[in-house]
Write a protein that binds this ligand. Structure first.
Ligand code: CO
Length: 470
């Protein structure tokens, strides 16, 4: 009998060293047209001198950059030198409330922290650009600017407005037809609100609407179509006073209340009016994939879970334990809201996927291809990369024994006419060698074109973006 073992521990182990390497060893041939950088963000330090963090999402942020030039690949990685990071270095333990770990406080500081949210700037989730500045983001609205050449931390980027909020998403949307960015802030107070905003230029957030939220939902992302912003409120809800006063880590204040169901709110992008509210059975999700309008219907694709247990399955004691890991199986669901009928229904498209990506040129439009990691194994956190033909349901995948790929980022080929003409970039953890490599797949055939080896392991990252040289 074979004994199942957790092969993922290395992916949740500290990476301490910061390197700058001009020329990684490449197997295969990097396409000559690939000229730009993949920058990725994610937690990279989980064990501090005097404290271990509890959850994958608590780890200290590190940026990794792979730059492509004339068939060569360079690599740089650096911790984000946030306040959270610097304090941690000084004290050997955290000073701010993270996603699921709280600083151990004396009674006095517990009392004083009641009056503040004590927000962390450990921006370990995603990266984006605001006002042409490169920023790292988490779910507190404190973006940190970094230098895209060196990955050096520049500092907190301050907005030019007074919009209120304590929680946001690290998944802003961008509409390339209108050059607008969208996101929202949850403002916790006696009368909590979602402040939905756009950025059209500079660092000014323009309030589109404020929506009352008696018990705000934990939402990691949202949907965008040509005319609507879509908030999908899962019944993972918080009482704002609990969040202020409980002293518990952030996410532990949210309660699963399935009797409330899940609520879709369609907000008109132009005037901020609520175009409709649609309820359905309870479910939870981190990631919206894409959304679009067709024939007086709104289609919303998401990676869903039947409840919030996925969050509990990402605690480090589970992920780093010796037992096989047990991660709830996701469903890729296509929700359709009939604007005439006033109802929402869904069909299941696929199972066991996460970290979904599309050709973002098709954002807000009907699309054909989805790329994601597969999570169907009990011995490793992820076990394959998958490409799905959304229209036919056909799928192809890439696997290699024990290898655990991260989020697949699609890069279109210059002049591409077809949606899937380009490459997929994914950082893969290889526990056999104790190192990671950057994998490049042809996105049409989903076959390997090349890989570039990194001299250390890269802990499981969360999100990244590709920036072409212009
Ligand atoms: Co995300």
């Amino acid at each position: 009998m074979t004994t199942l073992k957790n092969m993922s521990q290395l992916g949740f182990t500290n990476l301490e060293e910061e390197v700058m390497l001009d020329d990684l060893h490449v197997q295969g041939k990097i396409p000559e047209w690939l000229s730009g950088s993949l920058i990725r963000n994610g937690p990279a330090k989980f064990d501090l001198d005097k404290q271990s963090l509890k959850h994958w999402f608590d780890g200290l942020a590190m940026l990794h950059k792979f730059s492509f030039n004339a068939g060569k690949v360079s690599y740089t990685n650096k911790f984000i030198k946030s306040n959270a990071f610097l304090k941690t270095k000084e004290k050997g333990k955290i000073s701010f409330r993270e996603f699921a770990t709280d600083p151990c406080r004396s009674i006095f500081s517990k009392v004083s922290s009641m009056f503040s949210f004590d927000t962390t700037d450990n921006t370990n989730v995603n990266i984006s650009k605001i006002d042409n500045k490169f920023i790292a983001m988490t779910e507190t609205p404190i973006p940190i600017e970094y230098d895209p050449e060196t990955l050096d931390t520049i500092g907190v980027l301050n907005y030019d407005d007074k919009l209120l909020g304590n929680l946001t998403t690290a998944h802003p949307h961008y509409d390339q037809n209108t050059n607008e960015s969208f996101n929202y802030l949850t403002h916790f107070s006696r009368n909590s609100k979602y402040n939905v905003y756009s950025i059209t230029a500079g660092k000014t957030r323009n309030l589109i609407t404020s929506i009352e939220a008696k018990t705000p939902s934990y939402m990691h992302s949202f949907g965008l179509t040509e005319h609507y912003i879509i908030l999908v409120e899962f019944p993972l809800l918080v009482n704002s006073l609990d969040l202020l006063l409980s002293g518990r880590p952030f996410i532990e204040n949210f309660k699963w209340r399935p009797e409330q169901g899940t609520k879709f709110t369609l907000i008109n992008r132009l005037d901020g009016k609520v175009a409709g509210i649609y309820s359905c059975e309870p479910f939870f999700a981190f990631h919206h994939i894409n959304a679009f309008e067709v024939d007086n219907k709104v289609v919303i694709d998401m990676i869903t879970y039947k409840d919030n247990n996925i969050i509990n399955s990402l605690y480090l004691d589970v992920l780093r334990g010796n037992d096989p890991i047990d991660i709830p199986v996701s469903q890729y669901r296509r929700f359709t809201i009939g604007l005439d009928e006033g109802s929402v229904g869904y069909k299941i498209m696929h199972e066991g996927l996460e970290l979904p990506r599309i050709n973002y040129q098709l954002n807000t439009r009907n699309y054909n291809f989805l790329y994601a990691v597969g999570m169907s194994s009990v011995t490793s956190f992820t076990d394959r990369l998958v490409k799905i033909d959304v229209k036919t349901g056909d799928s192809v995948s890439w696997t290699e024994q024990n290898c655990q790929p991260g989020e697949p980022v699609f890069v279109p080929r210059h002049g591409a006419k077809e949606e899937d003409d380009g490459v997929i970039l994914s950082v893969v953890l290889d526990p056999n060698s104790g190192q990671s490599f950057l994998l490049i797949l042809d996105s049409k055939s989903f076959k390997e074109i090349a890989r570039a080896s990194v001299p250390h392991h890269i802990p499981f990252g969360i999100h990244g973006q590709y920036y072409g040289d212009t």
